[in-house]
Design a protein around this ligand. Structure first.
Ligand code: CP
Ligand code: NVA
Length: 305
């Protein structure tokens, strides 16, 4: 039994296997076929923060696969009514997989430690592995091969950036992070990247133009993530020079795509002009959340190779 708490839980070979399943399921879906690989399987979703993409894509994907999804609201008392150990062990008796979005990463780690069925991280303050899987799948779809290509991350070294960096390392991509002072990856995470991907081509810079040079994708996320609202003003000042606008996109190669995990704060981290441009793949990227997660579910709950 496996969990997906961070991308450290998947090897490069497993990531490619999940992409192959994703590609097969998406091709069939586009032909109108929803292959029921998981009939009768039940997914529970627990969300401590708001979500459009993660919740809907998991629920819809599980229905396509022939299973069922139930969104557990406040009434289950997650983290409040009983110990995590009792909650996890009981939930594992009742459902086949749990998707959890938590305020604190440790909550997902603790649930996975006790739950007797696979636990999938649907975002924490530390990581967003399902987002990174969909993002890399989107790039694989766009450019075919990923190895040796460069992704430029402009902005906060946050949950999405961490997962994407680890994912890029695992698929042989270069990752360039352009962030203001104090918002880069912390030392323990850099150490983890070095340990897990010893030959990772990782660049950390204060210069967005340096990051986007030669990149096949320019990626940004909100300057203020969920839970950081009290820091918004300070962050708006710190990130002012890190907006992805037409001027910055012009410094990337002509065929570079613009990516964003969404939701976006238009006019802050990205201009309307860029997010609505031909180069922007944000809507297909969001749609791929569903396809990539179907791949993850089919792999986790099926017979893993
Ligand atoms: N990108 C993403 O996870 O979106 P939601 O917060 O809407 O799930
Ligand atoms: N970094 C953002 C991502 C939202 C999908 C947040 O955590 O709010």
């Amino acid at each position: 039994m496996r969990h997906l708490v961070t991308l450290s839980d998947l090897t490069s070979v497993e990531i490619e296997r999940i992409f192959a399943i994703t590609e097969d399921l998406k091709t069939k879906y586009e032909r109108g076929l929803r292959e029921p690989l998981l009939p009768g399987r039940v997914m529970a979703l627990i969300f401590e923060k708001q979500s459009l993409r993660t919740r809907v894509s998991f629920e819809a994907g599980m229905i396509h696969l022939g299973g069922g999804a139930m969104f557990l609201g406040e009434d289950v008392g997650f983290g409040k009514r009983e110990s995590m150990s009792d909650f996890g062990r009981v939930l594992g008796e009742l459902v086949d997989v749990v998707v959890v979005r938590a305020k604190r990463h440790q909550t997902v780690v603790d649930l996975a430690a006790h739950c007797t069925c696979p636990v999938i991280n649907g975002l924490t303050d530390y990581a967003h592995p399902c987002q990174a899987m969909a993002d890399l799948y989107t790039l694989r779809e766009t450019f075919r091969s990923l190895e040796g290509r460069k992704l430029a991350w402009i902005g906060d070294g946050n949950n999405v950036a961490r997962s994407l960096a680890l994912g890029c390392g695992k698929v042989g991509m270069e990752f360039a992070l352009a962030a203001p002072d104090g918002y880069e990856f912390d030392a323990p995470f850099l150490e983890k990247l070095r340990r897990e991907v010893p030959d990772f081509n990782l660049v950390v810079t204060r210069d967005p133009a340096e990051a986007v040079a030669g990149a096949c994708a320019v990626y940004t996320d909100v300057w203020t993530s969920m839970g950081q609202e009290a820091e918004m003003e300070q962050r708006q000042k710190a990130f002012a020079a890190f907006q992805v606008n037409a001027e910055l996109m012009a410094k990337a190669p002509d065929d570079a795509v613009f990516m964003h995990c969404l939701p976006a704060r238009r006019g802050e981290e990205v201009t309307d002009e860029v997010i609505d441009s031909q180069a922007s793949v944000v809507v297909r990227q969001a749609g791929n959340r569903m396809h990539a997660q179907k791949g993850i579910l089919a792999w986790l709950l099926g017979s893993q190779p």
